[in-house]
Design a binder for this molecule. Structure first.
Ligand SMILES: Cc1ncc(C[n+]2csc(CCOP(=O)(O)OP(=O)(O)O)c2C)c(N)n1
Ligand SMILES: [Mg+2]
Length: 253
């Protein structure tokens, strides 16, 4: 299976207009993610995969639509729900599966397991088990791109649980102040383990959290690969122009 990146030949000409190959690539990539996760879930249930194993079933469009909207060389970082991102970026799924089995042939040499998939060659910087831990790291990676004048950006994913961490707010503040080329993506799947978004804050529309920093923010249908693509493309354009970060809430499940 070719990655979204390899097959990305045509750009959107206008809203909701994509080439046949883009639709097919989205479909193939999301299907590969789904099949990979179904198999991982089955093997975890059989206790053949040890440790933790967080699946991405249902959230596939959040990654597929972003990869198609970004450029080669842009960086990706996420939390522990991290099997799908490298699949879309072109990592051999066999090396991800080998990692789940703690094999030396795994993409993190078998030392990381499910929560710590890394593939620098494909611009994937993990795979982080500490909720919110990757948010300042994502801002830092993006800062390096700005400092080195590469024209590239970093897209930093997190769950809805991460936005209640102080590090999230610190990262947003410094990123907006320094106009760092980072796209913060909150995958709002309604729950942080068993705790619903409503139980953790008075503010449940998570795109509103950008307002304190005057950060451009949008709430997006994360179940629509097309909406995700357009939102990420808009954010990327801002980042590359030097206008700094964007906060995107992807509503997903
Ligand atoms: C700092 C920290 N506190 C607590 C935990 C335990 N923990 C693991 S997953 C999780 C919930 C995170 O939910 P969310 O960010 O919404 O991600 P989702 O699993 O929904 O993708 C928590 C609290 C942790 N890993 N790190
Ligand atoms: Mg969540």
């Amino acid at each position: 299976m070719a990655s979204v990146k390899e097959k990305k030949k045509s750009k959107a000409t206008s809203k909701n207009e994509f080439s046949k190959s883009t639709y097919i690539t989205w479909y193939e990539t999301m299907l590969m993610m789904r099949k990979f996760e179904e198999k991982a879930g089955q093997l975890y249930g059989q206790q053949k995969i040890k440790g933790f194993c967080h699946l991405y079933i249902g959230q596939e469009a959040c990654v597929a639509g972003a990869v198609s909207a970004l450029e080669e060389g842009d960086k990706y970082i996420t939390a522990y729900r991290d099997h799908a991102h490298p699949i879309a970026l072109g990592t051999d799924p066999k090396r991800i599966m080998a990692e789940l089995f703690a094999k030396e042939t795994g993409i993190s040499k078998g030392k990381g397991g499910s929560m710590h998939i890394f593939d620098k060659e494909h611009n994937f910087f993990g795979g982080h088990g500490i909720v919110g831990g990757q948010v300042p790291l994502g801002a830092g990676i993006a800062f390096a791109e700005k400092y080195n004048n590469t024209g590239k950006l970093c897209i930093c994913y997190m769950g809805d649980g991460a936005v209640r961490q102080g590090a999230f707010h610190e990262a947003l503040n410094i990123a907006m102040t320094m106009k760092i080329p980072v796209i913060f993506v909150i995958e709002n799947n309604g729950y942080a383990m068993g705790t619903s978004v409503q139980r953790t804050s008075n503010v449940t529309g998570l795109d509103q959290l950008g307002a304190a920093y005057e950060m451009p923010s949008e709430s997006v249908d994360g179940m629509s690969v097309i909406d995700v693509h357009h939102a990420v493309a808009r954010a990327a354009e801002r980042a590359r122009k030097g206008d700094g970060p964007t906060l995107l809430e992807f509503r997903t499940y």
